[in-house]
Design a protein around this ligand. Structure first.
Ligand code: GLC
Ligand code: CA
Length: 551
């Protein structure tokens, strides 16, 4: 039997930016509740909430100080319990906040029972008893005691995703701790069975409250190399890329032991029936598909970020989609996405015309897609000067701020786009009077109307909802593929260019356009379909084996 999520569309809400009900400029649960009608009207099946747990907000909630409560900025546990929609929570298992009581204990002394809940290591030269710098270098002769100079010799070369070494010196206990992200986000030690047990109980706490599953933050990071070997240089590194990418994360992530852990995690979800575990995993597809696990995909889907990461050309995207369909283990479906709170918005990357083509691709591919809140309006976000970055990544790595993809939802033409009656924590777009839910809802050709039509079609059209994927046509400018269920056949043809393109329907068959990204045609087609610039269409193809008409 299918799981609830097999054909579902997920909608990611970034709670800070969705809807503010109390005028403090920050979105909250009451705001989300007030907008549930909108989500029902739009036609999504479930929401994934970026973290709502108590947090000092050093990384806007991805630094969790208490896994089993709701931050007062967002609301209360009781409000959460009263939800009326399927919800996936964001599970952040790789690291806690440095203010989490576990870490407060862990750093209090070397023999604290929670010491090994985190990853503590001696300075490199203390480990082997030999200084690791050659004589004559500027560091030679540095004191070998627990002193400030130890800071210059972290245990290995691992880098933080947010810049600099991933090791933070702790003066009080004379050791380094590991943080793959901010120093305020110490990594948990998942090789410690007590950590696993405590974190699995966190899952059970929410599963027992009825959540429908989890999006798991940086799932491939959880287990690190037991020997803490240095990461090798990345031969593909080019200036302009984040310094983190100068090394390959060969030893700090995607270790073989992760798979058994993911299986155990899935089993915890299984204790509660049909729940979804959606993993955030940035890996090449041959590595990605291993996360479906040996027992089949019944309870686990890794996100596929290729539509975000690859150059937007018909050839590249066409090849990637087909390769992934081939690489997926039997019966598994993909979890495609076009954007999230970490990336520039799709309409900024591709422009308005191609963002519509991308929406059609996302919502017609086989699998469980996720829409990032605001992308259905065509939001582009607001890029602010680097020094003003509220995102900590933008402060340590100028140019890499994620603020622009996190600006508020735009609901109507009133002040602050109806997001808040106070001062929004990030600005709304200057054109919000034109680009908002109220205006786009009434415009039958808007980006919002396109999303709604695509979602309606996906819901009612069995070939699009459940059909197999068949490659149809690939060219320099067009991606086309089929979706087939029994006798029903659909062809999705997407023009990636700004020229007219002709797509031949296999076998010269005819059909009817069910939907165009331009939202202005439902014409009959015969043998081929002509695509205008930036146009995508879904064609219902006539049945191939029609019995001849009686004379
Ligand atoms: C994930 C989140 C990102 C966060 C990071 C650390 O990539 O999506 O927002 O900063 O993990 O938790
Ligand atoms: Ca608020």
């Amino acid at each position: 039997m299918d799981s609830w999520w097999t054909h579902a569309v997920i909608y990611q809400i970034y709670p800070r930016s969705f809807m503010d009900a109390n005028g403090d400029g920050i979105g909250d649960l009451a705001g989300i509740r007030a907008r549930l009608d909108y989500l029902a009207w739009l036609g999504v099946d479930a929401i994934w909430l970026s973290p709502i747990y108590p947090s000092p907000m050093a990384d806007f909630g991805y630094d969790v100080a208490d896994y089993t409560d709701v931050d007062p900025q967002y609301g209360t546990l009781a409000e959460f319990d009263a939800r009326q929609i399927r919800v996936l929570l964001d599970f952040v298992p790789n690291h806690t906040s440095d203010r989490h009581p576990w870490f407060v204990e862990s750093r209090s002394s070397r023999d604290n029972p929670k010491r090994h809940w985190y990853i503590w290591r001696d300075a490199a030269f203390l480990d082997g008893g030999v200084p690791c710098t050659p004589p004559g270098s500027s560091l030679a002769g540095a004191p070998t005691s627990r002193s400030a100079s130890s800071r210059s010799r972290p245990p290995n070369n691992w880098l933080s995703n947010f810049g600099g070494s991933a090791w933070q010196w702790d003066e009080a206990t004379g050791q380094y701790y590991y943080h793959a992200f901010l120093e305020e986000q110490p990594d948990l030690n998942w090789r410690n069975p007590r950590v696993e047990a405590a974190m699995f109980d966190v899952l059970r706490f929410w599963l027992a409250r009825g959540v429908d599953g989890f999006r798991v933050d940086v799932l491939w990071h959880l287990i690190k190399d037991e020997q803490f070997r240095d990461n090798p240089p990345n031969p593909a590194y080019r200036p302009g890329m984040s310094p983190y990418q100068s090394l390959l994360a060969s030893f700090s992530a995607d270790r073989p032991e992760i798979h058994a852990l993911v299986m155990r995690m899935r089993r915890v979800l299984g204790e509660f029936g049909d729940r979804l575990l959606l993993g955030e995993i940035y890996l090449p597809i041959e590595r990605l598909v291993t996360y479906y696990g040996p027992e089949g995909p019944a309870a686990h889907v890794p996100f596929n970020f290729q539509l975000i990461q690859l150059p937007w050309t018909a050839t590249t995207i066409g090849v990637a989609v087909e390769a992934y369909e081939r690489a997926l283990p039997g019966g598994a479906a993909a979890a495609w996405v076009l954007g999230n709170h970490d990336k520039p918005r799709v309409a900024r990357r591709l422009g308005a015309g191609q963002a519509r083509v991308a929406a059609m691709l996302l919502l017609t591919l086989r699998g469980t897609p996720t829409i990032y809140n605001g992308d259905e309006l065509g939001l582009v976000g607001v890029v602010r000067p680097a020094p003003e970055s509220l995102d900590p990544k933008g402060r340590t790595l100028p140019g890499f701020s994620r603020d622009a993809g996190r600006t508020p939802m735009q609901w109507d033409a009133s002040a602050n786009a109806g997001f808040t009656t106070g001062g929004p924590w990030l600005p709304v777009q200057p054109d919000f009077a034109r680009v908002n839910v109220a205006v786009e809802r009434d415009d039958p050709r808007s980006m919002l109307s396109l999303h709604r039509r695509l979602l309606q079609l996906r819901r009612t059209d069995v070939a699009l909802a459940r059909g197999i994927y068949t490659p149809a046509h690939r060219g320099d400018c067009v991606v086309a593929f089929g979706r087939e269920f029994e006798e029903q056949r659909r062809v999705v043809a997407l023009n990636f260019s700004s020229d007219v393109q002709r797509v031949v329907l296999e076998g010269g068959v005819g059909g009817r356009v069910l939907l165009s990204t331009h939202l202005d045609r439902s014409d009959a087609v015969s043998g081929e379909v002509l695509l205008r610039p930036d146009e995508g269409v879904i064609v219902a193809v006539e049945e191939r084996r029609r019995s001849p008409r009686p004379a």
